[in-house]
Design a protein around this ligand. Structure first.
Ligand SMILES: *Cc1c(COP(=O)(O)O)cnc(C)c1O
Length: 440
């Protein structure tokens, strides 16, 4: 549908095998993919099929190499093929893929998370971020005996029915305000308010003072680009939820172990009641987790009455990858290194924006960043929708042609990794500069 808008540059890349594989895949899977954003609908054109990756680089089936800013949507913060992670997974593989019985590795990963994130006293591992948020809300409802939940428009918490309301990210890219197949009855208890709007939260609580089990929030909204919380917003949520006996859930599936060892809650010094994890804690294998205060987590079966289970939950391969990844991240200086890289890239691109006068803005926090094609201030989903997605698409394809793999949507955050070297980031700034000069 965007075909006519594709920059001519795309033709310079040979993507012929990718195109052929995509033709086949579309016959076999809806849209040729197993997760919608991978189909490149947000930028037009066909997706790139990848073959392998090493350190900071991806290699596609046509032999093109890209510096990777997607990192499998977050998990690969150490880069690809990190030796300790590989060894740990290979070793675990030889001992058995999965037993459906307890293993020591589960306690090891639990301890690493608990030691890194003080608000988490007990944790339960699941297989995806979707399961983590779904289960955390079940805990909140079981613990409080209340039914309603509050989420923010543009925040994505996975694809559970009750959460597919103004959900950002893939849903935003597809332009679906909601999804067919989700019965109204399933979302009647889901209240949605604008991000960064503490007055709206107060209003919701004064309307339903005894009915709200929890407020779930991305402490940095990273499924509508990268929207930072305004000062006082997260603090306000903490105050309001506590005063109404409602739980505060931080969905740190993306931000956990990414913006700090202790996630965004460490950076802002706020203690949520429950936290959701995923992505990095599985080191690239499928994992999610939810955890929080012991007293709350005690409602989870078999200790308590709230049921939640999983055949492959806590599986040895994912635990091994997670343990090796977190051990590496817990070494001194890692987040300072990431911050240095982020600042290097941020300073460079900010200077480029200034020099070129481009109608765009750069947002970053820790090892996450986003280039929005609008200069209007961005505080919520409505603001994000002002960004020029056609110009983003043109920028995306020009970057790809130069060997930079970005998320194929204006509504996704980019990621930095410890595998990226300063020189590579300096080159990235130059590539951005040449593209913005051409666009101008
Ligand atoms: C990715 C993500 C999820 C969903 O995780 P899946 O593993 O894709 O199910 C939930 N919440 C946030 C904030 C995410 O970024």
């Amino acid at each position: 549908m965007f075909m006519s808008q594709l920059p001519t540059g795309e033709q310079k890349l040979n993507l012929s095998r990718s195109h052929a594989l995509y033709q086949e895949a579309q016959q076999l899977m809806p849209g040729g993919v197993n997760s919608p954003v991978r189909a490149f609908r947000g930028v037009g054109g066909d997706p790139v099929f990848l073959e392998r990756a090493e350190g900071p680089y991806l290699y596609d089936v046509d032999g093109n190499r890209y510096l990777d800013f997607v990192q499998s949507w977050g998990p690969m913060i150490l880069g690809f093929g990190f030796p300790d992670v590989l060894d740990a997974v290979m070793d675990a593989s030889k001992r058995g893929f999965t037993f459906g019985a307890p293993t020591q590795a589960e306690s090891e990963l639990a301890r690493l998370v608990i030691d890194s994130v003080p608000s988490v006293e007990m944790i339960r591992f699941v297989n995806s971020g979707t399961e983590a948020t779904m289960s955390a809300l079940r805990v909140a409802r079981a613990y409080t005996g209340r039914s309603k939940i509050v989420k923010f428009s543009g925040c994505y918490h996975g694809h559970a029915d009750m959460l597919l309301v103004q959900a950002g990210s893939g849903v935003a890219t597809l332009g679906l305000p909601d999804s067919p197949g989700v019965p109204r009855e399933t979302t009647v208890n889901t209240l949605t308010v604008p991000y960064n709007d503490i007055e709206a939260i107060k209003q919701v609580f004064s309307t339903y003072p005894d009915e709200i089990a929890a407020v779930i929030v991305e402490p940095i909204a990273a499924n509508m680009g990268l929207v930072l919380p305004v000062p006082g917003f997260l603090e306000g949520l903490r105050e309001v939820t506590a005063s109404y006996g409602s739980l505060l859930i931080f969905d740190e599936v993306m931000t956990g172990f990414r913006v700090a060892l202790g996630g965004m809650q460490e950076r802002v010094g706020i203690t949520p009641d429950l936290t959701c994890f995923g992505k990095i804690i599985g080191g690239g294998l499928p994992v999610g987790a939810y955890g929080g205060r012991r007293e709350i987590m005690q409602v989870v079966a078999p200790l308590g009455p709230m049921y939640q289970a999983g055949t492959l939950s806590g599986n040895p391969l994912a635990m091994a990858a997670g343990v090796a990844t977190l051990k590496e991240l817990r070494k001194p200086g890692q987040y300072e290194r990431l911050e240095h890289k982020s600042q290097l890239l941020g300073d460079g691109i900010t200077r480029v924006l200034h020099d070129t006068g481009a109608d765009a803005q750069f947002v970053r926090l820790g090892a996450m960043f986003c280039l929005y094609f609008t200069r209007e201030p961005i505080h919520n989903y409505a603001d994000v929708k002002q960004a020029d997605t056609a110009r983003f698409a043109s920028y995306f394809w020009s970057m790809l042609e130069r060997g930079y793999y970005l998320p194929p949507s204006q509504y996704e955050s980019c990621f930095l990794s410890l595998a990226q070297e300063d020189a590579q980031l300096e080159e990235t700034v130059k590539a951005v500069e040449s593209i913005l000069r051409q666009q101008a």
